[in-house]
Design a protein around this ligand. Structure first.
Ligand code: AMP
Ligand code: MG
Length: 344
């Protein structure tokens, strides 16, 4: 009886210590979907939310990985054009990807997969493919070849897909929903370059998210102060190899089959998670797409207003372009060689 009382007391104490909005965070670090992930959550449902998030990440990796033979994506890629039964995550992502590809005129295209493989990014056996190999692979790169009908999906016979440009953003949006459902009041989710922040920090101040310096990824071009937001960065510095004095990165321009050479060296897309809880997926697709499109087309796309997002873009001539909606949120890093411009 006495022992039970002690236990109950301990439980009550930990509830007081850890159960309310602030107190100690629940944290998790894991490697999944080809990247380091870190989760932090505060609030009564934090334990449950983080546990559910870890289960979800494992499940997403299982269904969406190109390198796991039993994933839904691998089954689609092997199907030779036949229809394949897919689950809700894959079906949703195929639909979203098609919509975003159309919005950016194919700069984002999940059927780029065979080209990504030809460069060796799927296996880390890097190489520069021949032009004739690229030409024959590019003939089948076309996002309109992907069909989804309920839970049945199919590609064209010679096609394969790679969800690496959108899956982590989707994962961050699903975790955002888990955080909200479970009553997490404050939290931060980092899935590689995909960041989500829930609420403000426990002390009421904004979360500070560094925008990495593409020329020196240990440093930052600036800091974003945000609450309830997604911030997703694509950069050539995140995955690349060097050969004969040249650098080849993992974001491929579907128009050329070569690593995008648009003049942008990183693109961060920011969206309001309170207004649009599922916009993490959009941020991920557009960070990849706008990196391919380059400064002018990216700014035109932002100005066209079809989607609600803001941008921080770094150019290869040392300019940092920040769209007007982030003017107050973005604080340039002191002592860098960058010049900073607000885009209206
Ligand atoms: P991200 O880090 O989100 O910019 O995505 C880059 C990843 O998406 C690459 O590692 C490839 O797996 C894939 N990818 C590369 N180029 C494209 C593209 N143009 N459209 C869609 N996915 C791409
Ligand atoms: Mg992306």
């Amino acid at each position: 009886m006495k022992r039970f009382l002690t236990l109950a007391l301990t439980a009550a104490m930990s509830l007081i210590l850890f159960g309310c909005g602030s107190g100690e965070p629940v944290t998790a670090e894991l490697y999944a979907m080809d990247t380091m992930m870190a989760l932090t959550a505060y609030g009564s449902g934090a334990d449950q939310a983080v546990a559910e998030a870890k289960t979800l990440l494992t499940e997403l990796e299982k269904q969406l990985s190109r390198t796991r033979e039993d994933s839904e994506v691998s089954r689609l890629n092997r199907a030779g054009g036949a229809a394949v039964e897919v689950g809700e995550h894959t079906a949703y992502l195929l639909q979203r990807a098609a919509e975003y590809s159309a919005a950016v005129n194919g700069a984002f295209d999940i059927t780029i997969a065979p080209v990504v493989s030809a460069w060796g990014f799927t296996t880390d056996a890097w190489q520069v493919p021949s032009q004739s190999e690229l030409d024959s692979l590019l003939a089948h790169v076309d996002y309109t070849g992907v069909t989804v009908n309920g839970s049945l999906a199919s590609l064209e016979a010679e096609q394969a897909i790679d969800l690496g440009g959108i899956a982590k953003g989707y994962a961050s949006a699903k975790i955002a929903a888990l955080f909200v459902e479970n009553g997490v009041e404050h939290g931060k989710v980092e899935l590689g370059g995909n960041v989500y922040v829930r609420g403000a920090k426990p002390d009421g101040s904004l979360w500070r998210i560094g925008v990495q310096d593409p020329n020196d990824p240990a440093g930052y071009t600036g800091i974003l102060s945000l609450a309830d937001a997604f911030a997703v960065t694509s950069g050539g510095y995140q995955r690349y190899f060097q050969q004969d004095g040249r650098t080849y990165h993992h974001i491929i321009d579907p128009a050329t089959g070569y690593p995008a050479d648009s003049g942008l060296i990183s693109v961060t897309v920011v969206a309001d998670a309170a207004a649009a809880p599922d916009s993490g997926t959009m941020c991920d697709a557009f960070s990849t797409a706008l990196f391919v499109m380059g400064e002018e087309a990216a700014i035109d796309f932002w100005r066209s207003g079809g989607y609600d997002f803001e941008l921080v873009m770094v150019t290869n001539d040392d300019r940092v372009l920040v769209t007007a909606g982030l003017e107050d949120a973005f604080e340039p890093m002191e002592g860098t060689d960058y010049t900073y411009e607000i885009i209206h």
